[in-house]
Write a protein that binds this ligand. Structure first.
Ligand code: PMT
Length: 405
């Protein structure tokens, strides 16, 4: 894909990899893009503005408060109408500022003004990339829809080897192309997704629940929206913000969730049940706070199995369930797939550190009703969500279907 007619902003920040931004700029202009370069103050210490000015054929943006410049407002307008902003290299500092909405120079101000997709290309020392503060800022940005590339692994400027290298220019251009031409392969689909835990009251102040954060289900909703689907997100209580564009249905208990799912089921073409529904509720929740320091016995009764009920209703939607397992994952998951009568089961081993409940990553096994299995490696939940949706489309189109039911 040529970049002819594309208006881009290239932000360059103060990393030793700043010189590589020159090669990136040359490639972007070679592909036909019009590029305005914005240098941070520290980037100027590494590469002079004249290089970028010459290669872009435009003045370099850098000083928000330059009394000689009359075009600060105009350049903010440019940020509003450009097709994409690429920050390459992106230091730990600019990732932190962008994650926290700090706008104390031209580039960070542009990032707040930009309405176009943003691609961040981190480059830094391996120890910095691994620092929890940097990791948290990357999570915040990704959750907000910013594309943050993974740095390459190899020799670093410090002389050490590790993860933090500026990626190859071709890889950055490829990521930019994907950003500029988003896949709309779910256009026309209506996704019904459940997320988060349910809360089953014991009394007015206590409840039975589980550790689901909702990240997996919300990740599916965000990915499906980006790919063109209409999305209804039915969610138990979480700390997450519902993605703009989704029909959001908040629920508390399994019974609330069942009612909401059945109410929205007819319109759905794909149902994904990522929620961790409490298997039991109290037979009779107390209407007043239970007092005393004595032993307490709660009588529990099973909650309705929403997923099995959806499948039993003979819906025409493609039905995907999740399975949270702690041992013999494949065996239990296959049994669950069959007992629930669904099309695809996504199994995760929730006994593993760093995946499953309340983790940023997941590592899942996909089992389909036609006997197929596929393992997905550990990756951020956003990427797992995309892979699940692609797998659903593949199965639905009969591409990856192994043997007929
Ligand atoms: O929310 P996160 O912190 O991101 O964590 C993600 C996750 C671990 C919650 C998610 O990946 C996951 O595994 N979700 C399913 C958890 C679960 O309840 O698994 P299960 O094996 O108990 O249930 C199997 C399936 O039946 C699930 O699709 C569940 O939604 C559904 N179910 C279960 C019980 C019930 N009464 N009704 C149901 O519909």
């Amino acid at each position: 894909m040529s970049l002819e007619g594309r208006e881009l902003i290239l932000g360059v920040t103060g990393s030793i990899a700043a010189y590589k931004a020159v090669y990136l700029l040359r490639e972007l202009t070679r592909l036909g893009a019009s590029v305005s370069v914005c240098l941070s103050e520290h980037a100027r210490e590494f590469v002079g503005a004249l290089t970028f000015r010459t290669l872009s054929g435009r003045p370099v943006l850098s000083n928000l408060f330059d009394p000689q410049s009359t075009d600060a407002v105009e350049h903010v307008a440019l940020a509003e109408r450009c097709h994409a902003v690429v920050v390459a290299p992106a230091t730990a500092n600019v990732l932190a500022k962008a994650a926290h909405g700090i706008a104390d120079d031209f580039l960070t101000t542009l990032l707040l003004a930009a309405r176009a997709p943003v691609l961040m290309v981190p480059a830094m020392d391996g120890g910095m990339w691994d620092h929890p503060a940097v990791a948290a800022n990357v999570v915040t940005l990704r959750r907000r829809g910013v594309t943050v590339l993974e740095p390459d692994t190899g020799a670093l400027a410090s002389g050490q080897s590790g993860k933090g290298r500026f990626p190859e220019v071709d890889d950055i251009v490829e990521a930019l192309r994907r950003l500029l031409a988003p896949v709309r392969d779910l256009a026309g689909d209506r996704l019904l997704v459940t997320a988060g835990p349910t809360r089953e009251p014991i009394d007015p102040v206590r409840y039975i629940s589980n550790r689901s954060s909702g990240k997996m289900g919300y990740g599916l909703a965000v990915a499906a929206l980006r790919r063109g689907a209409e999305v209804t997100l039915i969610s138990g209580p979480t700390a997450l913000t519902p993605p703009p564009g989704a029909v959001f249905v908040p629920v508390q208990t399994a019974e609330d969730m069942r009612e909401a799912v059945l109410q929205h089921l007819d319109r759905a073409t794909i149902v994904v049940k990522a929620a961790a529904v409490a298997d039991y509720r109290t037979k009779q929740a107390s209407s007043v706070k239970i007092k005393g320091k004595r032993d307490l016995t709660l009588e529990l009764t099973p909650n309705p199995d929403i997923l099995a009920e959806v499948a039993a209703r003979g819906t025409t939607a493609f039905v995907v369930g999740f399975a949270a397992e702690t041992h013999d994952v494949a065996e239990h998951a296959r049994a669950k797939l069959e007992s629930k009568g669904i099309d695809l089961l996504v199994a995760n081993d929730v006994s593993q550190q760093g995946i499953g409940f309340d983790a940023e990553d997941n590592e899942v096994l996909l089992l389909d009703r036609w006997g197929g299995t596929r393992e997905l490696p550990r990756m951020p939940k956003a990427a797992v969500a995309d892979a699940i949706l692609s797998h659903v489309l593949g199965l639905r189109a009969g591409i990856t279907r192994k043997t007929p039911a």
